[in-house]
Design a protein around this ligand. Structure first.
Ligand code: HEC
Length: 116
């Protein structure tokens, strides 16, 4: 059995997860492997978000992930805007937690699902 994370951390991962399920799962899928229902309608396949650490030499690139969430896929240099920018959504939704805190929690959630 895995050691339980500290309460504060697991709580923030849970709130990151609820944002993930609401905003991201349609494309990236419930398992985050890129198999969401919208993928058939996309020209560029949604990325498998459980392999980010593997693709980045074993270290989770939190700053990169935050930038993709905030600014969209265009930052990858492919000129693709298939991955939408969510910064404006987090800025527009004022439901208590600050946009930065929620983006941090979402990023931690994605870190927590990385395959080793
Ligand atoms: C409309 C479909 C769609 C939605 C909704 C969506 N994404 Fe994406 N995402 C994509 C696509 C397509 C790519 C691949 C983009 C590319 O290759 O240019 C991608 C790429 C990414 C990447 C880069 C992965 C890598 O390995 O470089 C991250 C991180 C990511 N998405 C996170 C998220 C998060 C977090 C959310 C929710 C806030 C989200 N996405 C919502 C379609 C989507």
């Amino acid at each position: 059995m895995l050691a339980a994370p500290a309460p504060a951390l697991s709580q923030s991962i849970e709130s990151g997860k609820s944002d993930y399920l609401r905003l991201c799962a349609l494309c990236h899928g419930l398992e985050s492997t890129g198999l969401g229902p919208l993928r058939e309608a996309m020209k560029i396949a949604p990325a498998n978000l459980t392999l980010i650490t593997r693709r980045h030499g074993g270290k989770f690139p939190a700053d990169y992930v935050k930038r993709v969430i905030t600014e969209g896929g265009g930052i990858r240099g492919h000129g693709s805007s298939a991955m939408l920018a969510w910064g404006p959504v987090f800025n527009a939704e004022q439901d208590g937690a600050s946009p930065d805190a929620r983006i941090e929690e979402l990023t931690r959630y994605i870190e927590s699902i990385q395959q080793r």
